[in-house]
Write a protein that binds this ligand. Structure first.
Ligand SMILES: NC(=O)c1ccc[n+]([C@@H]2O[C@H](COP(=O)([O-])OP(=O)(O)OC[C@H]3O[C@@H](n4cnc5c(N)ncnc54)[C@H](OP(=O)(O)O)[C@@H]3O)[C@@H](O)[C@H]2O)c1
Length: 362
């Protein structure tokens, strides 16, 4: 049997595990046992933006013959191991990395195979963004260092975004900002961005976080100043300021617009870790919020730099960031639905510990 986690698309607290019988593997397909995979606030945001960006479509229950009206499958990043193969080029035992549903296993149809990986050729995924349809053959890809095995699923999809945000800001002359304020500063995506931006020494890097995450965020050393959401008035409103917003909290945004006015030169909307927060306000002064979608910036840079140069530039920041993680991140590996759901509900309730990286196998 193949067990999978379903989430009510209108009420994320309503989850259920269902089991479906394993069918015969179809020709040209592989069966991949899923795990370990990571869980971070980013996965919750996939559901929040699931209808707008299409994240519900990747593993829609219906496409996998699971009868569950109104429910969807939250995507996660992680490893898998090939346990069955009717694809001549991929052997049983091959380890892959990519985008998965929370389930025991999934059948994929490898297409566009190269020495480094393949795309899932499932018909219902053909029109979806290729970044999320790509699977890496872990043993063949030199950027997958075995020493970083546990860190990769937790940090890699987030750090790639951090790297691209930093690159986007540098490419645009930091929008003339003298200081850059990162919201949800304790999130891994914000930490990665702060890490890259601080190294450039182009602007003062400021973190905004919750009271409970102040000490953690300060101790990473990635920010020149850290404030909590209730002390926004401590920020210097006379300076040209850009925001990088992982929180997506309209109330906090409104306070920042009031404080900075025309000195708010750019508002980069990256995430919605405060998933129940109000939408961004309509601002009369200052730059309006601008959506950042990492895969689009990656596409632009791969076109301009070429794939090899992109990988080289990414690796040049990724490896030092992974080194730093030894000081601020503990990874735990767990299995079974009870611990998984506890962690999942912790993210919904805002109780996640930012110093914790969570890996699971169902
Ligand atoms: N646009 C893109 O392409 C892209 C790519 C990657 C990530 N992102 C987004 O960046 C955001 C951060 O993702 P991540 O995986 O890096 O997060 P993470 O490391 O899991 O972040 C945990 C932090 O998020 C805040 N948080 C989490 N759940 C919360 C809740 N229910 N209520 C209030 N605060 C909560 C807390 O930070 P504070 O106390 O500091 O607020 C917490 O310490 C997500 O919204 C994600 O989707 C976007």
């Amino acid at each position: 049997m193949n067990q999978t986690l379903l989430v009510n698309r209108k009420d994320f607290r309503d989850t259920k595990l269902v089991s479906t019988p394993n069918t015969d593997l179809a020709d040209h397909h592989i069966r991949v046992d899923i795990g370990p995979f990571a869980l971070t606030a980013n996965n919750i945001t996939y559901m929040v933006t699931g209808d707008m960006i299409g994240y519900w479509k990747f593993f829609a229950p219906k496409a996998y013959a699971i009868d569950a009206e109104g429910f969807g499958r939250m995507p996660v990043w992680g490893y898998g191991i090939v346990t069955g193969s009717k694809c001549a080029d991929i052997a049983v035992g091959t380890r892959v990395y990519g985008f998965f549903p929370i389930a025991n296993s999934i059948d994929l149809k490898p297409a566009k195979l190269s020495s480094l990986g393949f795309q899932d050729g499932a018909e219902h995924r053909a029109h979806l963004h290729p970044v999320y349809n790509s699977y890496t053959l872990v043993e063949n890809d030199p950027s997958f260092d075995p020493k970083l095995d546990d860190l990769q699923p937790v940090l890699r999809p987030l750090f790639t975004t951090s790297f691209l945000i930093d690159d986007f800001f540098a490419d645009n002359g930091f929008f003339g900002a003298e200081q850059i304020v990162l919201l949800s500063a304790s999130s891994k995506t914000a930490l990665g961005s702060a890490f890259c931006l601080k190294n450039r020494e182009a602007a003062k890097i400021i973190g905004l976080t919750s009271k409970t995450n102040m000490a953690f965020t300060t101790n990473t050393g990635f920010y020149d100043q850290v404030e909590n959401y209730t002390d926004i008035d401590n920020l210097d409103a006379t300076k040209k300021t850009a925001l990088i917003d992982m929180a997506g909290n309209g109330e906090v945004n409104a306070k920042l617009y009031d404080l900075f006015g025309d000195n708010l030169v750019y508002n980069c909307m990256v995430g919605k870790s405060h998933w129940q927060g109000a939408p961004p306000p309509k601002s009369e002064k200052g730059a309006p919020p601008a959506m950042f979608f990492a895969p689009d910036q990656a596409k632009k840079r791969i076109k301009e730099w070429g794939g090899a140069e992109f990988a080289k530039n990414l690796a040049a920041s990724w490896l030092p960031f992974c080194d730093s993680a030894g000081h601020w991140l503990d990874i735990t590996k767990q299995s079974g639905d009870a611990t998984l759901l506890e962690c999942y509900n912790g993210f919904l309730d805002g109780k996640a510990n930012p110093s914790q990286g969570n890996l699971f196998t169902l």
